[in-house]
Design a protein around this ligand. Structure first.
Ligand SMILES: *Cc1c(COP(=O)(O)O)cnc(C)c1O
Length: 222
């Protein structure tokens, strides 16, 4: 029989527990964000029924199509946006998501600040850091992070809870996680969204508070 998403979930939970033990961390300090992008409600439901409550999606439209019905049916779901956000979708994103991991430019800050005030909602906000300075990737360059975080606070009145990174695919992730943790620490930020299926144990070792795990739970995406 093929591996089901609930056995994937069990395996990931056990690996998170082990990584926390190895790092001397409390497992309750690490939130598993189950990344359900591309998977249907039918594939997601068994994972909800197995007790998972925090889910990640990378597109506003896809999340809007899938999640309102699931959230009606199952209590206590927390939905995180992990993918890039266009400013013109800030309204929908603030209405739907409990956390946004991809704050990465002033125009988005402005749009988010406006919607947060208007809707009286306060999603947890993470600033994405482009630790590998990859031109095709979103995120603030490490050397611009301190100034950007100050602007989020002072210019836009946003409360940033933490940082997020996606290390370059072909590089060892450890130094990227360590750099992200260092920038967070010197800016007084407590949350770190880092680590995916291939490297969440390393991320936990380096301080991740939110690991974004998709394929290790749901299987390969097509
Ligand atoms: C898809 C995605 C993930 C999950 O990736 P897996 O390798 O399937 O665990 C994590 N973070 C972001 C930003 C993603 O887009």
């Amino acid at each position: 029989m093929a591996t089901t998403s609930t056995t994937g979930l069990e395996t990931v939970r056990a690996e998170i527990a082990r990584a926390c033990r190895d790092a001397g961390r409390d497992p309750s300090d690490v939130t598993l964000v189950a990344v359900s992008k591309t998977f249907s409600a039918e594939r997601i439901e068994p994972v909800i029924e197995a007790g998972q409550r925090v889910f990640g999606e990378n597109r506003v439209q896809e999340a809007k199509a899938k999640w309102p019905a699931l959230m009606q049916k199952h209590r206590g779901i927390e939905l995180h946006l992990i993918g890039p956000l266009q400013s013109n979708k800030a309204k929908e994103a603030v209405a739907l998501f409990d956390a946004i991991h991809s704050v990465d430019r002033p125009s988005l800050c402005e749009a988010l600040a406006k919607e947060i005030a208007k809707q009286e909602r306060s999603p947890l906000l993470f600033v994405e850091i482009n630790t590998g300075a990859e031109p095709q990737k979103a995120g603030i360059l490490p050397q611009d992070a301190d100034a950007f975080l100050a602007a989020c606070r002072e210019k836009y009145g946003l409360t940033i809870a933490g940082l997020m990174c996606i290390p370059p695919f072909e590089e060892a992730p450890g130094p990227h996680f360590a750099l992200t943790a260092k920038i967070a620490k010197r800016n007084g930020l407590k949350l770190l969204s880092m680590g995916m299926s291939a490297d969440f144990a390393t991320a936990i070792q380096l301080g991740a508070t939110h690991v974004r795990v998709g394929s290790a739970i749901f299987g390969e995406r097509h």
